[in-house]
Design a protein around this ligand. Structure first.
Ligand code: FES
Length: 158
């Protein structure tokens, strides 16, 4: 299943920000809401968030860059996340990540040139007991091995 996102425009961005501006921990809540709606957090939204929350741009930018989950650019049609946390690394995650990078021709955190697949690291999917783990769009996958990874990559490239 491909995620469908709204296109960025300032009016929609302002609406999303206003919806969440009064919540506790509003910076994170707003950044998550923007990414959920748009698929990424546009650079242009950072000063808007700062203004709405009476923070400096640097403060909002600091939160934005601290968390690996926030995307700076729109994602590809499919997002393949490979767990890079400890249990998955110990179960062979490094080799699988290298294999995915080689097969897709992109490093973790990037999108293929045809914009079909974004390959991202994630830090624990809660499936440590069946490590190594991955996620293709909204689907969780445990017990990943080379064969299953190759099949996921083929699926993601469709
Ligand atoms: S460390 Fe990979 S799922 Fe927990």
């Amino acid at each position: 299943m491909t995620a469908s996102y709204e296109p960025w425009d300032e009016t929609r961005g302002a609406e999303i920000i206003a919806e969440h501006a009064n919540q506790e921990g509003a910076t994170l809540v707003i950044l998550h809401a923007l990414q959920q709606a748009l698929g990424y957090v546009p650079e242009a939204a950072i000063p808007m968030v700062a203004q709405a929350l009476n923070l400096s741009r640097a403060e909002v930018h600091g939160v934005f860059t601290f968390y690996h989950d926030f995307r700076h650019k729109p994602a590809g049609r499919h997002v393949l996340k490979l767990c890079r946390a400890e249990a998955c690394q110990a179960a062979g995650g490094d080799a699988l990540a290298a294999r995915a990078e080689a097969k897709l021709g992109v490093s973790l955190g990037n999108t293929t040139a045809d914009e079909r697949v974004t390959l991202e690291p994630i830090y624990c999917l809660g499936l440590c007991a069946t490590a190594p783990s991955a996620m293709l769009d909204d689907r969780l996958i445990g017990r990943l091995d080379q064969k299953r990874l190759d099949a996921l990559i083929v699926e993601a490239q469709r």
